[in-house]
Design a protein around this ligand. Sequence first.
Ligand SMILES: Cc1ncc(COP(=O)(O)O)c(C=O)c1O
Length: 286
Amino acid sequence: MTMAYLNGALTPLSEARISPMDRGFLFGDGVYEVIPCYGGRMVALAYHLERLQQSLDGIALSVPDTEEDLIGLLEELVQQNGGGDMGIYLQITRGVVAQRQHAFSQNCEPTIFAYTFPITPPSDGSADTAVCYRAVTRQDQRWGRCHIKSTALLGNVLHMMEAVDEGAEEVLLFNASDELTEAAACNVFVVLDDVILTPELDHQKLPGVTRRQCLELLAAHTDWSVQVRSVSKQEVLAANEIWLSSSTKELAPVISVDGQPVGDGKPGPLWSAAQQLFQQHRFDTA
Ligand SMILES: Cc1ncc(COP(=O)(O)O)c(C=O)c1O
C-alpha cells in the first residue's frame, strides 16, 4: 500500500482526497518536483528544493512550511513506503477557493501533496541494457515560462502525444529560430564531433537538476569539451550522439530522430561513460 502525504497527514494514497475547488485542479495553479530515491537516499535533494523555491517564487506562492519541514515530510514518506528505490512526487498548489476566478489572493492555504511511485534504477551505462529513445522534432508550442516547474503541463502532454502518434517516445523541441529548447519531459545534450553541447537556460527551458548534475560531473571528472550555448536544428540532425536528461532517467540515449539513426543508431561511447559517472557519483550533490 502506497502512503501519501496530504496537508500535514500521512494517508494511504487510495484514500487521499482534495476538493474540486483546489486551484491546482481548476487552473493547474501549482508547482511540483520529482525526486528519485535509491536505497532510501534521495538524489540531489538540495537542488530539487532550491528549484522548488524558484518555482514557488515564479508563481508568487508562499508556503508556511520551512525547508526543514519539507525535508522532514519527505524523509517520513520515504520511510513509510519502505525506504528502497522510489520516485517521490511533491506538488504544491495555491489551495482551495470559494469562487473560481483567475486572480488569486495572497491569503491562500496551499495544498501540499506527495506520494511515491516505483522506479527502476537508471542504466549502469552499458549499451546492452540501455533504455533507448526514438524522438521526433517539433516547433516548441508551449508557453513562455517553461523555467517554472508548473503542474500545468498540457503543452508538454500534447507534444509528447505527437511523438507517441509517430511511434516515438520523446519529442525534441525547437524555438522559432530553429534552436533546440528541450524535450517534452527532459533536457537535451548533443554530442557533435566529440564536443558536448547543451542549450543555455532561459524561459524556454526547465533548469533540470539532472542537467546541472551532468554539467558538474563532466567538469569534475572528465577533460571533455563541453559548451553551453544555443544548438541549431542542423547540429541536432548531424549529431553523433543525443542524450536526454531527467531525474528518473539520468542520461538516456536517443537512437533516432524523425526516423533517421543518430550516429550508428546505438547508444554512443560518450553516453556510456557519462552515465557511468552518474552511477558512481549520483549522491555527490545530495
Ligand atoms: C520539461 C522538462 N524538462 C526537463 C526535465 C528534466 O528535469 P530534471 O532533471 O530536474 O528531472 C523535466 C523533468 O521532468 C521536464 O519535465
